[in-house]
Ligand binder design. Structure first.
Ligand code: HMG
Length: 309
């Protein structure tokens, strides 16, 4: 279904201006690893996090406090955080789906959490064992209690452009779900193209439905090779926080068609070329991803890692 049939504006004109600086929300240690079948030892995860911090990344999504049976790779969340050598000036957000997860995260001393909702009914059921409405009821007390405890809460929204079971997702449906997360108290909303099908026009249209672009982040997967183009479209609409995964690791275990995330190296290469600051040392980042690829026993899918590694 196209945006025209939905009665939405075809395209919101971008200003064309780029931000001076982009905050990279590095998801490799969480989103990148969560789909790995072979359990990665906690020591390797810790060294990966340390190498990423050493490369200048200042937001490292470390792990998830989800049910360990749902994501066995991240069952070591407590152990990882207990042993994490937190660096000054680096945030280590974690995913939390429910109050049980929040209790675990609070016990582990986290300061930043992210809840993760679905824009579609089917994915809410597959990923959270909830209906679309039930997921918000599950998140409400999590956000309230987290904020009372002084935590920062980000909201993710998945399947913002296409869903493997429901097809094209109407932009208005996505915007309504996203607003519910912001109204609940999330300080930032990350719009996820979970299966990597979005194109730049869709990105502009969706962003145009939100009044305050400053609260938005984008999270693209690269299934159809559109992640960088989509990122550029979002930046031109005023977004300045971009999620990416070192080495292009990633995928969602509950959305089989989700392939790797936008690679952080590819993002940094583009931003450096555009003169947009990131604070990241690309050579150190490529070295970290090459090291991690060695640990996983296969080359990184990132073009930039292949070119520079
Ligand atoms: C939400 C649930 C827990 C519901 O799962 P459920 O089975 O409905 O849970 P429940 O509430 O019925 O509880 C069942 C049992 O699980 C326990 N339990 C309940 N919660 C927890 C918890 N947090 N930690 C540990 N244990 C937990 C609970 O205590 C109970 O234990 P019992 O009484 O039977 O012994 C489950 O569906 C789940 O864990 N889902 C997570 C799936 C996931 O992690 N997916 C990947 C992340 S999302 C993503 O990657 C997309 C994103 C963010 O990157 C953006 C994009 O690309 O779009």
């Amino acid at each position: 279904m196209g945006t025209r049939e939905l009665g939405l504006p075809e395209r919101v004109p971008s200003t064309g201006e780029l931000p001076e600086r982009v905050t990279i929300w590095e998801v490799g240690p969480r989103d990148g690893l969560q789909n790995e079948k072979a359990i990665v030892p906690v020591e390797v995860k810790l060294e990966f996090l340390d190498r990423l911090a050493g490369a200048g990344l200042t937001t490292l999504e470390a792990t998830s406090f989800v049910h360990p049976k749902w994501v066995p790779q991240l069952a070591d969340a407590e152990q990882l955080l207990a042993r994490l050598d937190r660096r000054e000036g680096v945030r280590y957000p974690v995913l939390v789906p429910n109050e049980k997860g929040l209790n675990r995260a609070l016990d582990a001393g986290v300061e930043h959490i992210a809840i993760f909702a679905s824009a579609t009914e089917t994915f809410a059921r597959k990923n959270l064992n909830s209906s679309l409405d039930e997921q918000f009821a599950m998140f409400e007390p999590v956000v309230t209690r987290a904020r009372e405890a002084g935590l920062d809460v980000r909201g993710y929204l998945s399947m913002c452009f296409g869903d493997p079971w429901e097809g094209v997702v109407p932009a208005k449906q996505v915007a309504d779900a996203g607003r519910r997360l912001l109204d609940m108290g999330c300080s930032q909303l990350s719009l996820g193209d979970t299966i990597g099908v979005a194109t730049a026009g869709q990105v502009e249209t969706l962003i145009g439905l939100f009044g305050d672009v400053g609260t938005l982040a984008v999270h693209f997967h690269d299934t159809y090779g559109q992640a960088l183009a989509n990122t550029l479209a979002a930046l031109r609409c005023g977004v300045s926080t971009v999620d990416s995964s070192a080495g292009g690791l990633g995928g969602c275990p509950y959305a089989e068609s989700a392939t790797g995330n936008l690679a952080t190296e590819d993002l940094v290469w583009m931003l450096e070329g555009l003169g947009v600051a990131t604070g990241v040392d690309l050579d150190a980042l490529v070295a970290a991803s090459t090291w991690m690829a060695g640990q996983l026993g296969r080359p990184s899918p990132s073009r930039v890692v292949a070119a520079l590694g």
